[in-house]
Design a protein around this ligand. Sequence first.
Ligand code: NAG
Ligand code: NAG
Ligand code: NAG
Ligand code: NAG
Ligand code: ZN
Length: 512
Amino acid sequence: MSIASVIFVCALVSVTDFGWSYQIKTVEELKNARGTLLSKEFYRSTGHNVTLDENEKIVNKIMMDLKYEEIRQGYLHPDNWVTSNPLSEVLDAINKSKLFGMIQSMPKGGILHAHDAALGSTKTFIKLTYAPHTWICFVDEDSVLFAFAKDYPKDKCSGKWKLMETLRKAGNFSDESLIGKFSIQTKTFENTKEVWKHFIKTFVNTDNLMEYKPNFEEYVRSFLKECLDDGVQYMEIRSGVPELFDIDGNMNTKEETIMLIQEILKEFKSKNPDFIDMKIIYGKNRRKSATKTLDYLNETLTLSKKFPELIIGFDLVNQEDEGYSLLEHAPLLLNQPLNYFFHAGETNWFGTTVDENLIDAVLLGTKRIGHGYALTKHPEIKEMVKLNDICVEISPISNKMLHYVKDLRNHPVASFIADDVPIVISSDDPSFFNTAPLSHDFYMTFVGIASAHSDLRFLKQLAINSIKYSGMSEDEKTIAHRVWSKKWNNWIMKTIEQHHKVHDFIAPFERK
Ligand SMILES: *[C@@H]1O[C@H](CO)[C@@H](O)[C@H](O)[C@H]1NC(C)=O
Ligand SMILES: *[C@@H]1O[C@H](CO)[C@@H](O)[C@H](O)[C@H]1NC(C)=O
Ligand SMILES: *[C@@H]1O[C@H](CO)[C@@H](O)[C@H](O)[C@H]1NC(C)=O
Ligand SMILES: *[C@@H]1O[C@H](CO)[C@@H](O)[C@H](O)[C@H]1NC(C)=O
Ligand SMILES: [Zn+2]
């Protein structure tokens, strides 16, 4: 296989009519016609509106050489191909890929879809278990509980509470044994329902660990740093804003948690001027009754009035297939002065109420759609999405890990990219998949879902989209774009510089 670099030198040659009467007689004509069609397709795809300057073109060349080579290798050795294998079997190879390295260092803008409890790395969660007075209870093979107390915890536990410090001193506790409790990377599952069951356990396992106040502070600082290190400068996280507890069991209010987050953010931004901001979409469990959901809406209204820069909207989270549909909760959701960012269409069950959440999400005025995995099956909604410029938050690795798609080459977002449906790439729950905050999702999309021809223009558009479709105010977006652009341009220059260095080093061997 060879991938011819398709160079779209000029814009559309001419608008040729390929109707039934159009008869191609020579190879020359055929080549002209297919060139025109390819070009037309390119000018319909995500990234078509981006123009690269001379430096960016150099970086694009470096990047595309690496991309073509990876695809070529994949074509020759499909057994190793990154999109079709279980993620855990290809992560190591991806981490070592030069293309991945480039994508990781690339300023990718923001993450617009991730859950607060699933953002920190497994390493971060393990580190939290080192806090003094941490107790653990082994419930069963998959589940653990954590408690914090100076003396033996009062919290319920089916077995016995053990002090982490004592366990570690005894010398027979390995941190590795926690990896399977803090992520779903070490197990294999048969289907979506089964993996979700385990996935939810992972959230439960880490809940208390994160909501212990000293840990929460460390956790937030830690994931902010991990995100920035991964080329992420902005975030909008789904969060239920936990009420935190201290060593004596005293509980915070949600407002106090928010003020704590603001304090951490302020400090983080002052230390890292290239970090733009973080905002919260108040996200609550969609399985709860109408009464509870009404309380949540009320909480969102109160909190977003009090902290309008931080709390920007509302969403219902958790497994869509098992929760209430948006239609069922419509009486509550209608006529609220709130911005919605609904999860919708994260399902493979075409024509079910869950699948049709997509319709209701759009009719309820959602600003963006979380996942929108089923959107290809609803052409009317897809048109409305394009017309109203509603952005779809795509999380490819999450969709794979939760068994909606096995081989990412079959991910439906390929057709959105081909038709420039507004999208952002996000990561949903990177912590539980053992992936970087955003880079692995970008890499998979670039190398395995988008066209082989999709290049730096596509990636740059994704970064731009993450600012354009964010919940920031127009003024904030202008500043954000400036901060991102600066970092982007630095990255371009640095990449060229590094490539020259590598090239100088290799050259003598190449010259014979
Ligand atoms: C296309 O790019 C230009 C310049 O970068 C920008 O001003 C314009 O808004 C973009 N158009 C769309 C549809 O994104
Ligand atoms: C790959 O990198 C991610 C984070 O960047 C890390 O969590 C993971 O453990 C690495 N995986 C392997 C197999 O090296
Ligand atoms: C750890 O060692 C202690 C005593 O040395 C023993 O009682 C306990 O069962 C061991 N725990 C595990 C998980 O092996
Ligand atoms: C919402 O909260 C306000 C005060 O915070 C309260 O007066 C009102 O009854 C609540 N509404 C519902 C429907 O719970
Ligand atoms: Zn989600």
